[in-house]
Design a protein around this ligand. Structure first.
Ligand SMILES: C[S@@+](CC[C@H](N)C(=O)[O-])C[C@H]1O[C@@H](n2cnc3c(N)ncnc32)[C@H](O)[C@@H]1O
Length: 283
């Protein structure tokens, strides 16, 4: 099936329809990525053109949800890219023991079904054990409500934790049978929430010492990436860290807000407070 180019006005109408129906603004993501994902639904529903597919979106009240599901890729895993977690442990955590009040604030932005947030929680639990003056809290957010619900449940197929060291798994997960459940103690350390990073940010999204935003920015257009890097810089406490996915690189204007701590593992440290009026002018 030949899917027409994004210049087809019906392509934009599909995106406008989705924005109205689901609040998801596809124009902020890379067009080729969005086109590929829409094509998956078009093939599945036998729609030959964007116009046909628009008609289906209007007729079938479930289709907008199916499309949204296709547009947000949820691939994730426990301790995805283990060397990144090792680098965080070795290069970042020692400095975090000096945060004022001993309370570390972390944010997993784009947490999908929760595996990343639980991995960060395990890392921090293991590291703070025996350090009675230290504690932490994790906020984990995603645009996709179904993923957030699954994350809150913390129930996974046993294969999801196969690569976890046995000692860690038995300490933090309830094993046995085909499913595993994360422990209540781990769950209590994390607050999961539905949130669109490209929408409004309330003032409470600030003061973080560590932000994981991995394998999300890669799907966004360059101006949206810049905007998010800037927003993360403002949400971080002075000297706080941003951890990106291994295929994501901080480029352009945003580089002036951060110092690269570990290029291989994509770990950046925010520089002292940025000039807010300058930022307002930019975006
Ligand atoms: C590929 S997953 C990455 C999950 C995890 N960070 C990891 O690296 O394993 C990308 C996640 O970003 C979420 N996402 C995409 N756009 C978003 C947005 N505008 N705001 C918040 N989350 C978003 C998707 O729903 C998806 O769950």
């Amino acid at each position: 099936m030949a899917v027409k180019s994004e210049e087809d006005p019906n392509f934009h109408q599909v995106l406008s329809f989705l924005l109205k129906a689901k609040g998801f603004d596809g124009h902020r993501y890379k067009p080729n990525y969005i086109k590929r994902r829409i094509a998956v639904r078009m093939r599945a529903t036998g729609s030959a053109t964007y116009r046909d597919y628009l008609g289906l979106l209007e007729r079938d009240r479930l289709e907008p949800s199916h499309l949204l599901d296709r547009l947000t890729i949820h691939v994730t895993e426990f301790f995805r890219d283990p060397p990144v977690y090792k680098a965080v442990e070795e290069r970042i955590l020692p400095g975090l023991s000096r945060v004022p009040g001993g309370r570390i604030k972390a944010w997993c932005a784009g947490c999908s079904t929760g595996e990343e947030a639980y991995s960060v929680a395990i890392l921090l639990k293991e590291w703070t054990v025996g350090q009675s003056t230290l504690s932490f809290e994790i906020l984990a957010t995603d645009i996709d409500a179904a993923s957030v619900k699954a994350a809150e449940k913390g129930d996974y197929p046993a294969e999801a934790v196969q690569r976890l060291p046995r000692t860690l798994a038995s300490r933090w997960l309830r094993m046995g049978g085909p499913r595993v459940r994360v422990s209540q103690e781990l769950k209590h350390a994390i607050r999961f929430r539905n949130h669109d990073l490209l929408g409004a940010w309330e003032p409470a999204l600030s003061g973080f010492h560590l932000i994981f935003c991995r394998n999300l920015l890669i799907y966004l257009t360059s101006p949206q990436q810049q905007k998010l890097y800037e927003r993360f810089a403002q949400a971080l406490s002075p000297g706080g860290y941003l951890v990106l996915g291994l295929t994501e690189t901080l480029l352009g204007q945003a580089r002036r807000f951060y110092h690269c701590v570990d290029v291989k593992h994509r770990i950046y440290q925010v520089l002292p407070r940025v000039d807010e009026t300058y930022l307002e002018k930019q975006f």
